[in-house]
Design a protein. Structure first.
Lengths: 233, 373
């Protein structure tokens, strides 16, 4: 019998509750993410999609069940800082850039926890910002950038340490339609050209439509685990 | 990109709070530097005085509670000067009193025939002619501060004293003093037959061990008196002890003010940056790096506060010296060791203040930080 190689990321029977069990965020969720996947997790507010994303990224740990990364249980990794720094990239709805730093410095922030030498950091940040179309904004601070530009800086930051998995939580949630389209085009290009595995959470069908696979969550459970959608763009 | 620019930007982003915190620390540190300088200035002045006179040891009442110890009988002085090993002696009666527009001036009087007079240089006028002549000599600084010259009079102890001369002394304390013949001062201050210091000169070539044993002998014979070598007497002086006590108290106070001020600032900063710290943790910063960042911020506040405090101390000293009444009476000697002590002390206070906020920040879970939003 042929065995499947370890998934890039895998959640098995994951549960998570808050406020002493009063809020059941996840109720036994299973999810398998293969290398090169582009998955959109959809669902209404409180469906547990962000909690699941945080579990996959090692930001939170399950009450029961397990999260694996390339077959290795996150619970056995100890401090997950290195895992988050080296293997996962995060894009947040509110961008979460450091307002006092320039775009270039923001992109360099994760490199501090990598083996990238100090000398290499600035040129690397410039290159990443060029890739997201912000070559001319490297010295701008977040307050001087538009929402779309901030999210593109955040995307450049998420790629700083060449992660294996990119996790995006409502990446277009705070953007107007034009900026949202630009950001999703960018994420799609990164997925397509770099083979980056991408899992994003959204409640916006237009954003979800960019993914090759959609997973719908409701009440802490996966409802439609394998809804395939063609890569439309 | 490393921690230092990030920390610098955080300060810049919260300029007013950073400035107020720095000012709070700096004022405390300034007080420490100034008091240490005052103590050192007094010790130096005292040493100068003893050296200028050629005094080897000083006798005064033990456990004096004021800068000028209580007087004791000249008869005791007579018995001391008859001890073997003592070449000569000179009784001194001093007092600190307000004179003219100056709040505090040292009035000192010396035994008429003693060696103490020898080191003075009269730059104008003359010396008193006999032991009970009711005249005064002014030190050069005192003359300038009081605006009095030879031939003018000064009201002291309810009597008018003509100024018979102006003298120069290598001692800054003496230069700011008024000098009266001992007998005159004893009568005018109701201290007939009394002195409050006895200056001693040992036989030439007396070794310090021998000098110490003479001092011990004097203390044994006269239990109420303290005998100390001139080189150590400044440290035994009650003024020095009082300033040192004040310095210690101000140091402790500054420590408490600095600790609470920096800790408050850092806790506010950590609270305000909950999301920021959560993001740093989320993108892989280790808890130890977050701790280092907060500790670096707190320590830098301490260093900067310490340095600013030193600068303030220099500035305050120069401002104080603009007032003749202060400039002629005190010297604030800011030494390198006091500067280093203050800056290191402020840095340690800053670092300790940052410990709790640093630990709190490093324990922050990203998901909790995101919910804080």
């Amino acid at each position: 019998m042929e065995t499947h190689p370890p998934y890039l990321s895998e959640a098995t029977a994951v549960t998570r509750s808050y406020e002493q069990g009063r809020i059941q965020a996840l109720r036994g969720v299973d999810l398998k993410v293969e290398e090169g996947d582009f998955i959109a997790i959809t669902g209404s507010s409180g469906s547990g999609k962000t909690t699941l994303l945080q579990m996959l990224g090692g930001l939170d740990s399950p009450d029961s069940g397990e999260i694996f990364f390339r077959g290795q249980a996150l619970s056995g990794m100890g401090d997950l800082s290195s895992f988050r720094a080296q293997r996962v990239g995060f894009v947040f709805q509110s961008f979460h850039l450091l307002p006092t730093l320039t775009a270039s410095e923001n992109v360099q922030v994760p490199m501090v926890e990598s083996s990238i030498s100090r000398k290499e950091r600035a040129p690397r940040a410039t290159r990443l910002l060029s890739e997201v179309g912000l070559a001319d904004r490297t010295h701008s601070r977040p307050p001087e950038l538009s929402g779309g530009e901030r999210q593109r800086v955040a995307i450049a930051r998420s790629l700083a340490n060449q992660p294996e998995l990119l996790l995006a939580d409502e990446p277009t949630g705070n953007l107007d339609r034009a900026s949202a389209t630009m950001v999703m085009e960018l994420l799609s290009r990164i997925h397509r050209e770099n083979g980056m595995t991408l899992v994003l959470v959204t409640h916006d069908p237009a954003t979800a439509a960019y993914a090759s696979r959609q997973i719908h969550m409701s009440d802490g459970m996966v409802k439609h685990p394998t809804s395939e959608t063609p890569l439309s763009r | 990109m490393n921690l230092l620019p990030m920390v610098a930007r955080n300060f810049k982003a919260r300029r007013m709070r950073t400035a107020l915190t720095l000012f709070g620390i700096a004022v405390g540190m300034m007080a420490i530097v100034a008091l240490m300088g005052l103590s050192r200035g007094f010790e130096r002045g005292w040493d100068q005085t003893m050296n200028a006179r050629g005094t080897d040891a000083v006798i005064n009442r033990a456990a004096a509670g004021s800068p000028i110890p209580a007087p004791f009988s000249e008869d005791i002085a007579a018995s001391i000067r008859s001890l073997p090993g003592i070449e000569s002696s000179g009784g001194v009666l001093s007092s600190l009193v307000p004179v003219g527009n100056l709040p505090m001036v040292l009035i000192t009087s010396w035994e008429w025939s003693s060696y103490i007079w020898n080191h003075l240089t009269i730059v104008e006028g003359r010396m008193p002619q006999h032991p009970d002549e009711q005249v005064i000599l002014l030190g050069k600084s005192a003359s300038q501060a009081l605006g009095k010259g030879v031939g003018e009079t000064l009201l002291l102890y309810g009597s008018k004293f003509p100024v018979c001369g102006i003298y120069e002394s290598a001692s800054m304390i003496e230069s700011g003093a008024i000098l009266i013949p001992l007998e005159v001062m004893q009568h005018k201050s109701d201290n007939v037959g009394k002195i409050n210091f006895l200056n001693l000169r040992f036989d030439p070539g007396t070794e310090s061990s021998k000098a110490r044993s003479i001092c011990r002998e004097i203390e044994t014979i006269h239990p109420g008196l303290s005998a100390s070598l001139a080189s150590e007497s400044a440290q035994q002086n009650s003024t020095t002890k009082a300033v040192r006590g004040m310095t210690l108290a101000v140091t402790l106070l500054s420590m408490i003010v600095g600790l609470t001020s920096v800790m408050n600032t850092m806790l506010m900063s950590v609270f305000e940056r909950t999301m920021e710290i959560g993001v740093l943790r989320a993108i892989g910063w280790k808890a130890s790096r977050i701790r280092r960042m907060i500790l670096l911020e707190a320590s830098l506040l301490g260093v900067a506060g310490g340095l600013l405090g030193v600068l303030l101390a220099f500035a305050v000293r120069e401002i104080l010296y603009l007032f003749p009444s202060i400039g002629s009476a005190i010297r604030i000697e800011i030494a390198l060791d006091a500067v280093l002590f203050t800056v290191v002390f402020a840095t340690i206070v800053g670092a300790i203040s940052g410990l709790y906020p640093a630990v709190r920040a490093s324990r922050m879970k990203p998901t909790v930080a995101f919910r804080h939003q």
